[in-house]
Design a protein around this ligand. Structure first.
Ligand SMILES: CC(C)(COP(=O)(O)OP(=O)(O)OC[C@H]1O[C@@H](n2cnc3c(N)ncnc32)[C@H](O)[C@@H]1OP(=O)(O)O)[C@@H](O)C(=O)NCCC(=O)NCCS
Length: 220
């Protein structure tokens, strides 16, 4: 299903993939192709002719928005651009260059802001549902999960096994939702990643001191 809020102006030859949502006041002329599960914010303006005054169909350039891309409100996209799979364009951007997959770009002219986070979650208890929702809301990706209870359906039962997986290398962020007594050990083992702990990171002042010392060492 596609959801197109009105008023929007969409050319009769524009292809729009399934699951795509287009907010009100979008301008999408012929020459633009939009893939599946794309989000187009309100007042997004595509162009099909890079010349200021339209010279006609012969001068049009094709624009492509690939699967899963998101375009923030009030952005303008120059004709001939490709916005890659799962890329995000911040609101109010003026996009003049191709945007690679999985990158976040923004500004005028739009520039690289960051690469999307790839997450692992350790502990699939009650609170993990909120983490998963937030990961998708900010446009990041959940790659690995771990829980020692097999009924939770995680990709791994043991977090140390998870760290041996080929995909571990690409993980940038970890949400630790495991019992408190494991936090210190886990965070120490994952010091090359961004680790978010939902509860205390250390249970004793001794561990806090060790963590601070390690932090100072890593800064150097
Ligand atoms: C791009 C966006 C998704 C980034 O959100 P985020 O992941 O929370 O990122 P942050 O707010 O931490 O910003 C990261 C950096 O990008 C910059 N940035 C964020 N949005 C930007 C934008 N639209 N244009 C230019 N720079 C932007 C921030 O200033 C920050 O820079 P800094 O590291 O130098 O301080 C968000 O800012 C945005 O534009 N959302 C679109 C909202 C929208 O249009 N919704 C439509 C539905 S109504």
């Amino acid at each position: 299903m596609k959801k197109i809020h009105q008023p929007s102006w969409i050319g009769d030859e524009v292809e729009i993939g399934e699951g795509t949502r287009i907010q009100a006041f979008a301008f999408i002329p012929n020459g633009v192709t939009i893939g599946k599960d794309v989000f187009i914010g309100p007042h997004v303006c595509f162009t099909n002719d890079p010349n200021l005054i339209c010279k006609g169909k012969d001068y049009w350039k094709k624009t492509l928005v690939e699967k899963g891309a998101k375009i923030g409100a009030n952005s303008s996209i120059l004709a001939g651009i490709t916005i890659g799979e799962n890329a995000t364009i911040g609101m109010g951007s003026v996009v003049l260059k191709d945007v690679p997959a999985n990158e976040v770009w923004g500004g005028n002219p739009a520039k690289f802001l960051k690469r999307k986070g790839k997450w692992a979650i350790i502990g699939l208890g009650f609170i993990s549902g909120r983490h998963i929702k937030s990961i998708y809301e900010i446009g990041d990706e959940l790659i690995l999960t771990c829980d020692n209870d097999p009924s939770k359906g995680a990709t791994f039962l043991d977090w140390r096994e998870m760290m041996k997986d080929e995909r571990w290398k690409e993980i940038t962020h970890i949400a630790v939702c495991a019992p408190n007594y494991l936090h210190f050990e886990m965070c120490k083992a994952m010091e090359d990643k961004i680790v978010l702990c939902e509860k205390p990171l250390a249970l004793s002042s001794g561990d806090v001191k060790k963590l601070n010392a390690r932090y100072e060492e890593l800064k150097r």
